[in-house]
Design a protein around this ligand. Structure first.
Ligand code: ARG
Ligand code: ZN
Length: 877
């Protein structure tokens, strides 16, 4: 057994580097078996550092071929694959260091550093991949000006790209050529990138607000250029939006995007050369769903926005990751809200936060938005850092107001351009812009766990009293929590459905429709309230908290019809559905049948047919809480089979009560015009497909689903038909025929086959395990490709509650074996997949024990990466 648990890194141990590297000149000679890298560094001793201080450079799996100091060979040094230590350095403050290393990109399956994907050389350096290319001070506070020369065989790699602007290029003889790139903006090593290969290209240009022309290019596999058109459009809209909304202009002559098919994450914001998972670039109606289009728009924007929030202003150390990620997610959320429907977008964001971040915050992997400890930084690219990090920025804007927030952002860009910063720097600009003390607010970055607000309301003689208690639950290594500053947006709604006023409030600061909860308990009194109001609380999800408040079903139904806040309306209906589902679940566990009230079905029918509501909103409202959502709200001792039964029964109940209006709506929403990917068209498709899900529960449902599949003219509808058929009528001959038909039509399209894998791996019930096992041997499945693995195994473990959590524990054991197999090549991927176990303690005891055994078996395996071990050990702790 290997017990390498990796080093523990602690925020408080940060200290600036003794040396700086203001300039680096890199030469790559790319060849299949041996790629050589020559790094010519200008090193500077920091003022105050003693001349005898050694220079310690990071490496990871490197082979040192040559080293020279100021032109002299073999200076005093010690090199291992993981470190290069130089001693007896010159007295002079600055010297040149030349380092030659040798790499084998073809054998790099971890997809970190320089690797080849589908014949294309590409890099991924964030967070610590640059040290797999050359020895370096591989930390984000070392900012260098890069000059890069790439040499390669012209036939293999006609295209040679790096960061910055192209400055030279030409022939070398023997069929070789070269290109040189210069990036004038000093940057950390994690933003370095190189791409070389034979790719097709879609070109365009953008004129910035000061009138400069930027050449835009998206590089994709030959023949797929047209599939980049939507991404290009999204890029131009992002560039314009950042000028309008934040005053940020692009700062190079070119902007390149490359799509690769093997990529660990979504995309990467390398300066001037973004590298993307092809899933987030390629789209047309035949290959991508509306969700894919929306993701492409959001991720193109996200990476582009990093140019200012991440690249021009970067992070001092990796504990500050949320400084760039939380802020940039906030910016891409705002962009999408402006491009699409703000209300609908907000509901979707909250659903994602609750589905991904809440279970993290409420389980063994909980950590603050800015962690203080890590063993493997790759395991901290989490929903907490990204999504909760974005919510924290949103709260800051709510507290300060949009205008003050904007001047704080201006100050941030002005004061910190070109620097590597901390969360303290970020908060300080807002303190300076507003004159407020944000120290209590800063706890949002430092304290983990989802805060809860328990609220009791009473009304008497013109006075509304709210008793508000806040508590932050204990989380790993944090048992006692301090009271947080929680901005709770609210409305008081009168019996006429309009907002009612109040004359005064005491017991907490109330301003601009926001209650500022800052203490553990508040007794808040609103005076001059004309009648008992219905409360709309946490409007727009102003704070990422859970609320415990008794609200009568008739009040919730009233909110569904009257809240002026679209999120509030959605939340009210969602609460009604959740309450009904949990009651049904309890009945089933008690050996009874789940039964539901007519009112809820009626309300569903009313929402579905309310033409004053956007179709996209109606689709979200009518989507029942997922099995995982229900399980999370139940909280403990979960039996996933009973959850599924409760949900299916409610769905069938709503369908039966609305057969006619749903049938009519389904017909009316059919789109006979040409395909358009815009939000309104997507919303109509979404509503029609949700309605299809209900109709498929009724007699004749299989016919409708099959017809839907057969007549679909775009991927969204095709997948909706196939998924409905496969999930509601699993194993039937017509389902099998449709699945075979889809595979035959999309055999050469890996991204479409991912959807086919997903549909089958999420088919509820115990049979799924056998299906997933068999699909791992399908010719379209490749264990080295993260998209394939996530589509089949990732979706199975997170999206199939009854299949993955089958009572006999065999799926856990299967999954543990698969993780170890993946771990041999790609530790980042295996560690990410392993987080599927994070909520194991909320299962009923028998399943808990089986899940625990699977985790223990991974921990005890022969060779486990630091990445996977870190997740498994924290999950078991
Ligand atoms: N910075 C990238 C983003 O835009 C994520 C890259 C993380 N990559 C990784 N291998 N951990 O969010
Ligand atoms: Zn990012």
């Amino acid at each position: 057994m290997r017990t390498d648990t990796g080093q523990l890194f602690r925020l408080e141990d940060y200290r600036p580097s003794d040396y700086l590297i203001p300039q680096i000149h890199l030469t790559f000679r790319l060849a299949r078996d041996t790629t050589t890298v020559v790094a010519d560094l200008t090193v500077e001793r920091r003022a105050g550092t003693e001349a005898c201080a050694p220079l310690v450079l990071d490496g990871d799996g490197l082979k040192l071929k040559r080293i020279e100091l100021d032109g002299y060979g073999n200076p005093a040094h010690e090199a291992t694959s993981g470190k290069l230590v130089l001693t007896n350095l010159p007295e002079a403050r600055s010297f040149r260091l030349l380092i030659e290393t040798e790499l084998d990109p073809d054998r790099n399956k971890a997809l970190m550093g320089l690797y080849r994907s589908n014949g294309v050389y590409c890099t991924q350096c964030e967070p610590e991949g640059f040290r797999r290319i050359t020895y370096f001070l591989d930390r984000p506070d070392i900012l260098s000006v890069y000059h890069v020369r790439i040499e390669a065989a012209k036939a293999e790699a006609p295209l040679l790209l790096s960061n910055g602007n192209p400055v030279a290029g030409g022939e070398l003889g023997d069929g070789w050529h070269f290109a040189e790139w210069h990036d004038p903006h000093p940057k950390p090593s994690y933003l370095f990138a190189l791409v070389a290969g034979d790719l097709g290209c879609l070109r365009d240009s953008f004129t910035t607000m000061s009138g400069r022309t930027v050449e835009l290019a998206i590089h994709v596999e030959h023949g797929k250029e047209k599939l980049a058109a939507y991404a290009m459009d999204a890029l131009k809209r992002s560039m314009k939006w950042d000028e309008d909304a934040f005053g940020r202009e692009y700062d190079l002559d070119v902007f390149n995007i490359v799509a690769v098919s093997d990529f660990n994450m979504g995309a990467m914001e390398n300066k001037g050369l973004n590298i993307f998972n092809d899933k987030y670039v390629l789209a047309d109606e035949a290959t991508a769903t509306d969700t894919d289009f929306a993701n492409i728009e959001a991720i193109i924007a996200h990476e582009y926005f990093h140019n200012w929030t991440g690249n021009r202003i970067t992070c001092r150390d990796w504990f500050q990751l949320c400084l760039k990620e939380g802020l940039t997610v906030f910016r891409d959320h705002e962009f999408s809200a402006d491009q699409r429907s703000r209300g609908v977008k907000r509901i979707a964001e909250v659903r994602t936060l609750r589905a991904l971040q809440f279970p993290e915050d409420q389980g063994p992997l909980a950590h603050p938005v800015r962690p203080r400890r890590y063993r493997e930084i790759n395991n901290f690219y989490t929903a907490t850092v990204y999504e909760k990090g974005s919510e924290v920025v949103r709260m800051l804007r709510t507290i300060l107001g949009a205008e003050t927030f904007r001047s704080g952002m201006e100050l941030y860009f002005e004061r910190h351009d070109g620097q590597a910063c901390t969360i303290e720097d970020f908060l300080k600009v807002f303190e300076d812009a507003s004159g407020r003390d944000l120290s209590q607010f800063g706890l949002w970055y430092n304290q983990s766990g989802t805060p809860n607000l328990t609220i009791k309301a009473s009304y008497e003689a013109g006075t509304l009293t709210l008793d508000i208690e806040q508590s932050v639950p204990p989380t790993p290594s944090e048992s006692r929590k301090r009271a947080m500053h929680i901005p709770l947006a609210f409305g008081l709604i009168g019996s006429d459905g309009k907002e009612t006023g109040f004359t005064a409030a005491e017991g907490a600061t109330v301003e601009n429709g926001v209650i500022h909860v800052r203490k553990r308990s508040h007794k808040l009194r609103f005076h001059g309230v004309p009648e008992r109001p219905v409360l709309s609380l946490n409007r727009g999800f102003s704070a990422p908290v859970t609320l415990a408040i008794e609200q009568r079903p008739e009040d919730l139904a009233f909110l569904v019809g009257h809240d002026s806040d679209p999120f509030g309306r959605w939340q009210a209906f969602n609460t009604l559905l959740t309450d009904a589902l949990i009651a049904g679940y309890r009945l089933l566990l008690g050996g009874k049948e789940a039964n539901y009230q007519k009112d809820i079905a009626k309300l569903a029918g009313r929402i579905a047919t309310d033409a004053t509501l956007e179709p996209a909103y109606r689709a979200l409202a009518l989507t029942l809480p997922s099995e995982a959502d229900i399980a999370r709200d139940i909280g403990r001792d979960i039996d996933p089979d009973a959850v599924l039964a409760a949900r299916s029964t409610l769905s069938a109940f709503i369908a039966a009560a609305n057969r006619e209006p749903f049938g009519k709506l389904y017909e009316e929403l059919e789109d006979r015009g040409p395909f358009r990917p815009d939000a309104a068209s997507a919303g109509r498709r979404a509503l029609r497909n949700v309605v299809l899900g209900y109709l498929a529960r009724l007699e004749g449902g299989a016919d409708i689903a099959e017809r839907h599949y057969r007549t679909a003219t775009n991927m969204t509808d095709l997948i909706a038909g196939l998924g409905t058929l496969a999930h509601e009528h699993a194993g039937s001959p017509r389902t099998d025929a449709a699945l075979a038909d889809f595979a035959a039509r999309h055999a050469t399209m890996p991204l479409a086959m991912d959807k086919w894998f997903q549909i089958q791996s999420t088919t509820p019930g115990t049979k799924a395990l056998e299906t997933v096992r068999a699909l791992m041997r399908h010719p379209a499945f490749h264990i080295d490709n993260p998209n394939r693995v996530r589509a089949l195994l990732g979706t199975f473990s997170t999206g199939n509650q009854t299949g993955f959590h089958r009572a006999d524990g065999t799926a856990y054991a299967f999954f543990a074996d698969a993780l170890l197999e993946i771990d041999g090549g790609n530790p980042q991927l295996s560690a990410r997949l392993a987080t599927a176990f994070r909520s194991w303690r909320s299962l009923e005891p028998a399943r808990q024990e089986k899940a625990r055994q699977a985790l223990v078996s991974i921990a005890g395996a022969n060779s486990v990466s630091v990445d996977l071990r870190d997740i498994v050990e924290r999950s078991l702790a």
